[in-house]
Design a binder for this molecule. Structure first.
Ligand code: NAD
Length: 364
């Protein structure tokens, strides 16, 4: 039996977590042979509700769950963790402007970044789900000077899964028959769902089988605004699908994507001309606990303008919180380390540096 790993989940009493926690506990994220210790984090006002969720987890008698602890602050909740699922965020309240929302979340994610920096395991992998996910992720990373910027991701996997699911349905194939679909940019209505490089059953090009008008005028806005469509029909925001996407993202990051292309909001190294230092969704493959951007894709004029638009939005979000970003981490986030082995950007969570990896405390 493997040693247990510690997983923190914030917003643990919320809707997404109500689905996510039970999947993690069942072994769907890290495998049926990986015991877990769950460190659940909430705001003080939600601790009673969180206790109820923890009781339900206990009542499932999951064999992989070796411990559950409840915390009302990240400095306790993130102690020794190997994985952080950062779901909790401040929702937009009535009358709140976008800048206010960015700033309210900046405070939360700055504190969580400091906590990760101080108390998490040195090879921690952190996934930001809470919105605005990309900019929250930027704030998190910039507040963790001793961790590598590639240890942080913003979740765009839900958009990716939506792009595959809806395309598969249109073509009459199973989503697993598709590869190469990706989503570029921000997790917002400016995102660019790209099927130009997608193949069906590893051979046929997907774009050649769909109508351009449908792709641009129906499919693309549908993916971009799918969250709102779900709210319209369900009366509640996406929760189970968001939980599944968080699980998929972390599963692939930790265990590999089997050669399949996945979309991940990661720190830009300038690939495809995207501004360095922002968390932007790129097509990636994951292997051995790290990921790499797929390079060399041909982007047509339409794609370039779509990618630019979402990049500009991220840059404007960054400008809105710039005064809250510590200057000391600016340089390291724009000049990413290169791998000694491959010469490529080291999106490897420090695993490239064998000494750091082997010293990481995996025994709880
Ligand atoms: N990236 C994506 O694809 C994606 C998809 C769906 C939802 N989301 C976002 O995920 C977030 C959670 O969604 P939900 O439906 O579970 O919301 P929810 O309101 O049901 O739950 C959020 C929980 O977070 C907690 N919380 C707030 N601030 C916190 C903090 N500082 N520390 C710890 N916990 C805190 C709240 O008390 C609440 O229990 C939202 O921001 C939502 O917009 C992102």
């Amino acid at each position: 039996m493997k040693q247990p790993v510690r997983i923190a989940v914030t917003g643990a009493a919320g809707n997404i977590s109500y689905s996510l926690l039970f999947k993690i506990a069942a072994g769907e994220m890290l495998g049926a042979d990986q015991p877990v210790i769950l460190q659940l984090v909430e705001i003080p006002q939600a601790m009673d509700k969180l206790r109820g969720v923890a009781m339900e987890l206990e009542d499932c008698a999951f064999p992989l769950v070796h411990g559950i602890s409840l915390h009302d602050n990240p400095f306790d909740g993130f102690r020794g963790i190997h994985y952080a699922m950062l779901v909790g965020a401040r929702p937009r309240s009535k009358g709140m402007e976008r800048a206010d929302l960015l700033e309210a979340n900046a405070v939360i994610f700055a504190e969580q970044g400091k906590a990760l920096n101080e108390v998490a395991n040195r090879d921690v992998k952190a996934l930001v789900v809470g919105n605005p996910a990309n900019t929250n992720c930027l704030i998190l990373s910039r507040n963790a000077p001793n961790l590598d910027p590639s240890q942080f991701c913003a979740m765009t996997r839900l958009d990716h899964n939506r792009a595959k699911g809806i395309l598969g349905n249109k073509l009459g194939v199973n989503p697993s028959d598709l590869d190469g679909v990706c989503v570029w940019g921000n997790h917002s209505p400016t995102m660019y769902p790209d099927v130009h490089h997608a193949t069906v059953l590893g051979e046929e090009s997907a774009i050649s089988q769909i109508d351009e008008k449908w792709y641009k005028e129906d499919y693309t806005p549908r993916i971009q605004k799918r969250g709102a469509e779900i709210i319209e029909w369900r009366g509640l925001s996406s929760a189970a699908s968001a939980a599944q996407a968080a699980l998929d993202h972390m599963h692939d990051w930790a265990l590999g994507s089997n050669g399949e292309v996945v979309s991940m909001g990661i720190i830009s190294d300038g690939s495809y001309g995207v501004a360095k230092g922002i968390y932007y969704s790129f097509p990636c493959v994951c292997e051995f606990g790290s990921y790499q951007i797929i390079q060399g894709l041909e982007i047509n004029e339409y794609g370039q303008s779509m990618m630019k638009k979402t990049e500009e939005e991220l840059l404007s979000e960054k400008a809105a919180v710039d005064h809250l970003l510590p200057a000391e981490t600016a340089e390291s986030r724009e000049n990413l380390r290169k791998s000694d082995r491959t010469g490529q950007t080291a999106y490897d969570n420090g695993l490239d540096k064998a000494d750091v990896y082997y010293k990481a405390d995996r025994i709880c």
